[in-house]
Design a protein around this ligand. Structure first.
Ligand code: PMP
Length: 344
């Protein structure tokens, strides 16, 4: 059992230094050694704690943020939660403009964490004054002393991972990491971590995980924005319909795409094999590893690190709901014997 007698001053002191956990059963038939960086061990249960704290502390250092000021962002997801948590401890107002597509649970959670939530219509275009982008922009202009986190276009997002996730993985693997596999949404996690790791050893191979329906992989290969790549998909937090400047495409060697269905089954398999209850994109990252293994990417002595970005509890009404899985048709194509609920 882990020993820890340290008393922390507040919850923010627990951000970062997440464990690297060896994967045993799920990778038993794969070539190589596999380790998961489990970001659910952050107090806000995701890697977004790192960027919320880093971006806010950088603004403090630059004198942009002062006690009582307001922090603005446009997400109902992990970043919103992390900003709300940091704001509570540091005494800022947190304003989140979110889409009306966000679940009531998510909105309630953010309100519980002290955030002021503006629910904006989902069906309007990004340049409509009612869209959550425009509402956030307007609030930023109107509220004196406010800071707009803007995670997709804020290079401090990369910086946060360059200064924390990268060095942690390097030290935890004692420099023996050969591959990094990480999901790309804003791209901050993979870009910052890759940049640090490649400075230590340029031979480390960095593989980004993208969704079918997202433009990132194609953009990486051609440096052209191809609208034809875009269509709806279910995994939240992975891939994008625009090119974020928080992604350093030169730091990534290749992208691999994964499907909603295989990622969902793989997320459930991580829980059943490793006892790790992690989010949908962790399933996507693990699915990418299975595909890479199939392609012969790994050798026996390779040390592959995969980032699991968040906790499974945020997906109870989605990937961890049998009802939802059935509604998506995800139980139809394969006989998932272990997925069936035993009735007494
Ligand atoms: N997984 C989840 C659940 C996320 O919310 C995000 C962030 N959008 C990612 C993965 C991708 O991380 P990043 O934004 O740093 O690329």
């Amino acid at each position: 059992m882990k020993q820890n007698n340290q008393v922390f001053d507040n919850v923010l002191d627990l951000i970062g230094n997440t464990p690297l956990i060896r994967l045993n059963k799920i990778t038993s038939k794969f070539k190589g050694n596999f380790f998961a960086k489990v970001e659910a061990f952050n107090p806000g249960h995701s890697s977004k704690d790192r960027i919320a704290l880093h971006i806010i502390e950088e603004a403090e250092r630059k004198g942009i943020l002062n006690p009582g000021d307001t922090i603005i962002e446009t997400t109902s997801g992990n970043t919103g939660f992390s900003i709300a948590m940091v704001s509570i401890i540091k005494g800022y107002d947190c304003v989140l403009a979110v889409s009306s597509k966000s679940s009531a649970d998510k909105i309630d959670m953010l309100k519980t964490m002290g955030a002021k939530v503006y629910v904006c219509p989902a069906h309007v275009s990004a340049d409509d004054p009612r869209s959550y982008y425009q509402v956030a922009k307007r609030l930023h202009e109107e509220i004196k002393g406010s800071v707009y986190i803007n995670q997709y276009f804020n290079e401090l997002n990369i910086d946060a991972h360059y200064h924390s996730t990268g060095p942690e993985i390097w030290n935890q693997t004692e420099g023996k990491i050969t591959h990094l596999v990480a999901c790309s949404g804003t791209g901050g996690t993979i870009s910052g971590t890759a940049k640090y790791l490649k400075e230590q050893n340029p031979n480390i191979k960095v593989i980004g995980v993208d969704a079918f329906g997202s433009v990132l992989k194609k953009y990486h290969e051609t440096r052209e924005f191809d609208e034809k790549e875009i269509y709806p998909y279910r995994i939240e937090g992975l891939g994008k319909n625009l090119i974020p400047t928080a992604t350093d495409f030169d730091a990534i060697d290749e992208f691999i795409k994964v499907t909603d269905e295989e990622s969902a089954h793989t997320a459930r398999l991580i829980a059943k094999t490793e006892g790790l209850f992690v989010g949908y994109t962790s399933g996507a990252a693990m699915q990418a590893i299975a595909q890479l293994n199939e392609q012969g990417e790994f050798n026996e002595n390779d040390n592959v690190v995969v980032i699991f970005p968040d906790h499974g509890s945020r997906y109870m009404s989605k990937v961890y709901s049998d009802k939802w899985m059935n509604e998506q048709g995800f139980f139809d194509s394969v006989n998932h014997e272990t997925e069936k609920t035993v009735q007494y």
